[in-house]
Design a binder for this molecule. Structure first.
Ligand SMILES: Cc1ncc(C[n+]2csc(CCOP(=O)(O)OP(=O)(O)O)c2C)c(N)n1
Ligand code: SF4
Ligand SMILES: [Mg+2]
Length: 301
């Protein structure tokens, strides 16, 4: 595992963009592009990520980038990969499709599922800020149970879709779950995916101070707390073999109860109206999932 001080300096994600202060996307994006050494071509739909792309002719991301229609990110990436293959340049650069949770789990899922079924040759990275943030915080299929958005005033009633698991069911070579606030975990997973072929799917949690309603200075603390309480789990599935990574692996080794979900929800305004009953439901859901991850880790399947 790469050590924090050994991470390369970010040469391709430049200072200066219009994203909110404390945005988790920027932290993760630096490691993603660094792991590809800037040798990437990106396909990106409408989202907060396009704010980092900026308005032509300026951009804070110094790699080629195609803005694509919302449902077609994976289809566009498959086309870019086919183009590189046809011109004999597949080994020169990686095709990186990168989209939000709404653009991936709701709007883009059919194109992504098709690309996974064909095992098209690109990395798809979904950054998950847990709602449609660029348009002012509407509920997505990945918004957590209990979270308040502009379309769930009383708190969302459903559990979020488990997108990495849906992708794993396609039998693709690589699936990973990470968090932007663990830079070495992000870097190592993207670097591993870079050296593989076929469809590689990485899911990255990205805390969002504006939509989750917390102070920008707390991004890293809140991202870490999500892992401490098991709402976000760091893992990878390589050719079907599952293992927990980084902090999640350490928590499993410790073999103690995780931090209660109640501590996490107390840190964010979006959970302000969450009552004790809902918190207990979410806790039970997290406990069940965590036990499943720990069992898979132990079995190595
Ligand atoms: C076809 C289409 N429908 C709706 C929009 C408006 N729109 C732009 S960004 C966005 C939110 C995307 O949410 P997500 O994919 O989660 O990314 P985030 O904004 O959270 O980073 C929406 C609905 C659009 N640009 N195009
Ligand atoms: S709304 Fe959230 S995800 Fe979007 S730029 Fe602001 S902090 Fe980042
Ligand atoms: Mg989103």
């Amino acid at each position: 595992m790469t050590k924090l001080l050994d991470l390369p300096e970010s040469k391709h994600v430049l200072p200066g963009n219009r994203a909110c202060a404390g945005c988790g996307i920027g932290i993760g994006l630096r490691q993603i592009i660094a792991a590809l050494d800037g040798k990437a071509v990106m396909a990106v739909p409408a989202s907060c990520l396009t704010v980092f792309g900026g308005m032509y002719p300026t951009s804070s991301v110094a790699v080629p980038w195609v803005n694509v229609a919302f449902p077609s990110t994976a289809a566009a990436a498959a086309g870019l990969a086919a183009g590189l293959r046809a011109t004999g340049r597949s080994e020169e650069m990686t095709v990186l499709a990168m989209a939000g949770d709404g653009g991936t789990g709701d709007i883009g899922i059919q194109a992504l599922s098709g690309a996974a079924e064909r095992n098209d040759d690109f990395i798809y990275l979904c950054y998950d800020n847990e709602a449609y943030m660029n348009t002012g915080t509407q509920r997505s299929g990945l918004t957590p149970h209990g979270a308040r958005t502009t379309t769930t005033w009383a708190g969302k009633r459903e559990n979020p879709k488990d997108l990495p698991r849906i992708m794993e069911a396609h039998g693709i070579p690589y699936v990973a779950s990470t968090s932007a606030v663990y830079p070495t975990d992000v870097y190592d997973k993207v670097a591993k995916a870079r050296d593989m072929h076929g469809l590689r799917y990485i899911h990255m949690n990205t805390p969002c101070p504006s939509g989750w309603n917390f102070e920008p200075k707390d991004t890293v603390r809140i991202g870490e707390l999500a892992v401490e309480c098991g709402l976000v789990v760091l893992y990878e599935v390589v050719e079907g073999a599952f293992r927990l990574t980084g902090r999640s692996a350490a928590l499993a080794r410790r073999n103690k109860a995780l931090t209660p979900v109640a501590e996490y929800v107390a840190t964010q305004g979006r959970f302000r109206s969450m009552d004790e009953e809902t918190t207990a439901e979410v806790q039970a859901w997290v406990d069940g999932r965590w036990a499943g991850y720990v069992a898979r880790h132990a079995a190595g399947d």
